[in-house]
Design a protein around this ligand. Sequence first.
Ligand code: ASP
Length: 338
Amino acid sequence: MQASILIVYTGGTIGMVQNSKSGLLKPFDVENIMAQIPQLNSINAKIEAVSTRAPKDSANMRPSDWQEIGQLLFDNYEKYSGFVVLHGTDTMAYATAALSFMFKNLSKPIIFTGSQLPIGHTRTDALENVITAIEIALLQKNNAALINEVCLYFGNKLFRGNCVTKISSQNFNAFDSPNLPPLIESNMDLEINYSLLQVSSVNKLSFNPALSEEVFVYKMHPGITEKQFSQICSAVKFNVLILETYGSGTLFNNDWLVTALSKLRKKGVEIINISQCTYGSVSALYEVSKYMANLGVISGKGLTLEAAIAKSMCLMASETTKMNFKTLFITDLAGELS
Ligand code: ASP
């Protein structure tokens, strides 16, 4: 059977054109993108393209958009050998994390990419990103797809979708995967890190798009007052509070904070400890933060914020996973803790 790729355009700079009046960039259409990649004709595969209902700047993406993208991929899963999703860079890592938890037992690649400059720009980075993402989606080993997971390809590197984060608004190397090396680096050859790749599952594909939006992130900083924190906690409805803490997961131990977190725990709120540091992991090194473990605060280990949010949204969305939230959160579900 001839290899085939479905390109899914969801918006983002890659397909944007300048508004003639305001000069501002806004999403255009997928035919325009395809017409600007003549190299597609020399790739030995059937390549087709669709777009989501309303391609948008990824700043406007919500969990319902990830559900739409996931459904589109699921509906087309049997018809193509791989998928390349064109997405805005600003929230691409949130989307890849979410999709990585929605799909189980993938045996085909879902590769997200985009660009810093629109595809019509003379110096665009879109061509390399899209063409190599397609080439990677077509890679095979023993007559089966080499990549069997949700990934993000950008700036010559293929990253696991739930380990990646946007690190630059300017650089063509806009993404990094702080706690996991790239799965593939594209130089003259594609340098494949075979030991990191997920193996294809023999089990039936499952797709569960349910997401809970009752997840809230709070970035801790020196100077937060009791009043600010308690007002936020009483005004916002959440089942999961992700606290962005310092260094290796440390946080001040004022009585008021210990009491406030303890109250949240008694109300059944799950609290997750994620470090503000890009590299490294939450660990139980310091006396000052011992109280968090005593309160049942969950260590986010080396998860990216994007992965912590997406994983929480998925686990909170069904009664059974909600009941086993802590056990499942600290379990590696989709390579996010590797
Ligand atoms: N604002 C754009 C977006 O995320 C940026 C980009 O695509 O690079 O849709």
